[in-house]
Design a protein around this ligand. Structure first.
Ligand code: MLT
Length: 328
């Protein structure tokens, strides 16, 4: 008698669990969440990630813990994140490089930016600035371009690996200018910036949120910002158009993704937490102070991010392939 009752209770228990859906989705999040940052600490991706993670932690009620997984232009970390269990406990901070430029530049990419992820939302826009070590012998952009072009391989250009923002915007710059500098790879533009402040590397094209404090502090110099208008965070830095390189206008962006297959209510909680972060006054203030842009309502959320990824891959692929072909 007892064994029949036990078996029936077991069947009922299984049925209840099946009806309730994955237990983690019901109480999600029940433990800390890992946000993979695919570059070294201290760089632009890390800065934006830590900013939004702090506010997301508060609204989710669990710590969003940053894990820096650098290498291969950010594709090592993004590949790992794409293969994680889609349960909401592993998310990532990607960007225009990892989810836009990489397919054009990275042979054998192990993920598809438009298919391997559940997009959560855009976190920040990050205009590109042309920056150099303080003692680079050129007073303005025009003389800088002449020096970089005539200097050839003697000039060192920093980047964060094939397909990264600094790499893709850097080879675009080189192809427009007709320069062929020596490319020096770093695990992120945080370490690259340290070397630039020490005068160890000549220049790079980097995201404003990484370099704005150093430009303002006078430890590196900026020749131009590659946006149609000047940045309120760097009012004295001319646009590329003003300074004599009108054909070079490029901005990057940082965005939160999860591996494909999230339970719907888990995705909804992550979407809501990121949306709250972008409404948080301190988060918005910090992004703007660093020269970043806060996504508009229309730019926020998963659908807008999916469209952005698809359009960025389509935009960058021919441009970068031509830049690479042209430089050979
Ligand atoms: C970083 O966070 O180090 C940068 O995003 C690297 C890059 O994409 O240039």
């Amino acid at each position: 008698m007892r064994s029949i009752l036990t078996r029936r209770l077991a069947v009922l228990g299984l049925a209840a669990a099946a009806l309730a859906g994955p237990a983690s989705a019901q109480g999600y999040p029940e433990r800390p969440i890992t946000m993979i940052v695919p570059f070294a600490p201290g760089g632009p991706t890390d800065v934006i990630a830590r900013l939004v993670a702090e506010t997301m932690s508060r609204s989710l009620g669990q710590q969003v813990v940053i894990e820096n997984v650098a290498g291969a232009g950010g594709t090592t970390g993004i590949t790992r994140a794409s293969q994680a269990t889609p349960d909401g406990y592993t998310i990532m901070m990607g960007h225009m490089g990892t989810h836009g430029a990489a397919p054009a530049l990275f042979k054998g990419l192990k993920y598809d930016p438009a298919k391997s992820f559940d997009p959560i939302g855009l976190a920040a826009g990050t205009p590109i600035v042309i920056v150099a070590k303080n003692n680079f012998d050129a007073p303005d952009l025009k003389t800088f371009l002449e020096a970089v072009k005539s200097g050839g391989a003697k000039i060192n250009q920093a980047h964060a690996g094939v397909g990264s923002v600094s790499h893709s915007t850097g080879i675009l710059f080189n192809s427009i200018v007709g320069a062929k500098p020596t490319l020096v790879v770093y695990r992120g533009t945080g370490p690259a910036l340290n070397d630039m402040m020490a005068g160890q590397v000549d220049f790079m094209t980097d995201q404003i949120v990484n370099v704005a404090p150093q430009i303002t502090g006078g430890t590196i110099k900026a020749y131009a910002i590659a946006t149609p208008e000047r940045s309120p965070a760097l009012p004295n830095v001319p646009t590329t158009k003003e300074a004599g390189l009108p054909g070079y206008e490029v901005s990057a962006w940082n965005a939160v993704f999860a591996p494909k297959g999230l339970p719907k209510d888990v995705a909804a909680k992550l979407d809501a937490a990121l949306a709250k972060a972008l409404e948080d006054d301190n988060t918005k203030k910090r992004i703007l102070e660093l020269g970043g842009t806060v996504p508009t309502q229309a730019e926020r959320g998963p659908a807008a991010l999916q469209k952005l990824v698809e359009s960025e891959v389509a935009r960058w692929t021919p441009v970068l392939r031509a830049a690479v072909d042209g430089s050979q």
